[in-house]
Design a protein around this ligand. Structure first.
Ligand code: PEP
Ligand code: MG
Length: 596
């Protein structure tokens, strides 16, 4: 008899509750045959390498075709792996090891991998760790193909919960397509490609469940909570009942919230709030529509060419993408942000800048203004697309503006594009407004001046918090310092909202502070009326707004401005509002005190 109720705790990264049978994936085995070769055998080994590369490439291509256009994230990740396969450095290194040391290709690949691991591991950075895992997955595929072994030989039953040391993005795609009901891994980072893919497929996922492989065997009944990271192996009947009850409750509640999300969010004292969707990929528009979005408050265009910056030069790409977006979205305004590359978002190919401090470096609007051709290609593409659908209310905004000069420089490029297009015979509509993100402390503090230059502000709290508190938003070690409710941050937000309201321009937020109940309410208390959040948060946000009175929240928010710490502020709101904050049914982040 197996032991019952074995609890393992990991990190919940894709929400949802699941009950199923364990499908255990053992650590992968790769060939490490080490053999010395003669000089005459060098071409044979190089040929074995080339054949395996081609085969690996074709396998990824076939998988890409199989998943189709529906899932853009997974498709991009497969493309990135294809690029790694064709990487000249990898080729050169492997061939050099074969020829210089007279060793077989398997040995050479393993040595190259060791060399790169040493280099990558010197940089303590989550991004590089993730790229190192990608590289491992790619070399694993090559090695399996050299030895004639299958790269994916799994056939999990329909209610399977995959338990693995870690999964490659390709394995994750294949498991998700096999309709597994949850994924649990021992390793993996919250921002890894595996997690991004599981999110796309909405498969509840728990990572960092250390030691789970020693405790579980194939076929064990298992409960997984992707919100809390809890995993229970061989649960007793009470736990199963409790999970079933929660599953049903969550489903029913979600459905209710979604149904209600199509009516306006009006506070108890009659103030109407507008809730837009943040969209990273056009595929998310459908969800935005079903979840009651009244417009698109942020479309992040940089994901279009994250894998290859050279693609950004392609005006047609921007034209087609904007057209696609406008065709899919039939509703309120669409806000397109010009590309925001650099910092934590830099391309994997053809443009990685080697800067000592990328967050403070040549990124975002700075990169755009230095690469006018690229910037213009995007603006021209967007404007051309809009000229064929002028009835769409289009808003264009610039990221990371730090000064009046920079904003005007960006606007000049925009006007230059308009002039060129008009001369080329395109009819441009008036139905476009120009705005700026407010996401740097300097921009906040001159927001009264910037407000004279634009039609709208969109507050980027993610970066604003990072830059005002000097806390890298992607660094787990200091995430406890990332405080949206820091009084310093709140005062900047208040000043920015006042500046916009005094100037009579629109102001909204598209940063994740609006996905935390207290954060959203304080902003509302400061006078903000438009919020843009990922689609899954829209129904919750609207429900919360309906439970409060704007006058009461204004009063509480003004009091918060004089408090000393984020802790006092969150306690104060929790005491005053209790269950009206909806925290127990909030999606994903739960605690919500340090959301980013
Ligand atoms: C922000 O900084 O708040 C924002 C919305 O932009 P991003 O998260 O893309 O940097
Ligand atoms: Mg930002």
């Amino acid at each position: 008899m197996s032991e019952i109720n074995i609890f393992v705790s990991g990190k919940g990264v894709v929400p949802g509750i699941s009950i199923g049978r364990a499908y255990v994936v053992q650590p992968r085995l790769v060939s490490n045959i080490q053999r010395n070769i003669s000089e005459g055998e060098i071409p044979i080994e190089i040929q074995r390498f080339n054949i395996a590369i081609d085969k690996s490439y074709e396998q990824l291509e076939a998988l890409k075709q199989k998943i189709g256009d529906e899932y853009r994230d997974p498709g991009h990740i497969l493309e990135a792996h294809q690029m790694m396969l064709k990487d000249e450095e990898l080729r050169k290194d492997v061939i050099q090891f074969i020829s210089d040391r007279l060793i077989n290709v398997e040995w050479a690949i393993n040595l190259v991998m060791e060399k790169w691991e040493k280099i990558f591991l010197r940089v303590e950075n989550e991004y590089f760790n993730e790229r190192l895992s990608d590289l491992r997955f790619v070399t694993y595929r090559i090695l399996r193909n050299i030895s004639g072994l299958e790269c994916f030989s799994h056939d999990p039953p329909p209610d399977a919960i995959v338990i693995a040391p870690e999964l490659s993005p390709v394995e994750t795609i294949q498991f998700c397509k096999n309709a597994v009901t949850a994924i649990v891994t021992e390793k993996g980072g919250a921002t890894s490609h595996t997690v991004i893919i599981a999110k796309s497929f909405e498969i509840p996922t728990v990572i960092a469940a250390r030691g789970i492989l020693d405790l579980i065997k194939n076929g064990d009944l298992i409960l997984v909570n992707g919100n809390t990271g809890e995993v229970i192996i061989n649960p007793d009947v009470n736990h199963v009942r409790e999970y079933r009850r929660r599953m049903i409750k969550i489903l029913a509640m979600e459905q209710n919230l979604i149904n209600e999300s199509h009516t306006a969010a009006v506070t108890m004292d009659g103030v109407e709030l507008t809730v837009y969707a943040n969209v990273d990929f056009a595929e998310e528009i459908e969800k935005a529509i079903t979840h009651g979005a009244e417009g698109i408050g942020l479309y992040r265009t940089e994901f279009l060419f994250l894998s290859n910056i050279n693609e950004a030069m392609n005006e047609e790409l921007h034209f087609r993408d904007t057209l696609n977006l406008m065709e899919k979205w039939k509703g309120g305004p669409i806000t397109i942000r010009t590309f925001d590359l650099g910092g934590d978002k830099f391309p994997t190919e053809g443009g990685v800048l080697n800067e000592p401090n990328p967050a403070l470096g040549l990124r975002s609007i700075r990169l755009a203004l230095k690469n006018r051709k690229l910037f213009k290609a995007q603006i021209r593409g967007i404007l051309r697309a809009h000229s064929s659908m002028p009835e769409v209310k289009l808003k264009i905004m610039f990221p990371l503006i730090s000064s009046w000069d920079e904003l005007n420089e960006a606007k000049d490029v925009y006007y230059e594009c308009m002039e060129e297009l008009t001369q080329e015979g395109h009819e441009l509509s008036e139905n476009i407004s120009i705005g700026t993100m407010i996401e740097l402390p300097s921009a906040c503090m001159i927001s009264d001046i910037l407000a004279r230059e634009v039609d709208f502000f969109s507050i980027g709290s993610n970066d604003l918090i990072q830059y005002s508190l000097a806390v890298d938003r992607a660094n787990e070690n200091i995430s406890y310092l990332y405080r949206p409710l820091h009084p310093g941050v709140l005062r900047m937000l208040k000043f920015t909202i006042d500046s916009a309201l005094n100037a009579g321009i629109e102001v909204s937020i598209c940063g994740d502070m609006a996905t935390m109940p207290i954060g959203a309410l304080i902003l509302m208390g400061f006078g903000l009326r438009t919020f843009s959040v990922p689609p899954s948060f829209i129904p919750h946000l609207k429900k919360m707004f309906r439970q409060v009175s704007a006058a009461e929240i204004k009063d509480l928010s003004e009091q918060a401005l004089n408090m000393a710490s984020h802790h006092d502020i969150s306690e104060f709101f929790r005491n005053k509002l209790g269950s009206r904050l909806q925290e127990e049914i909030w999606p994903e982040e739960g605690e919500q005190d340090s959301v980013k």
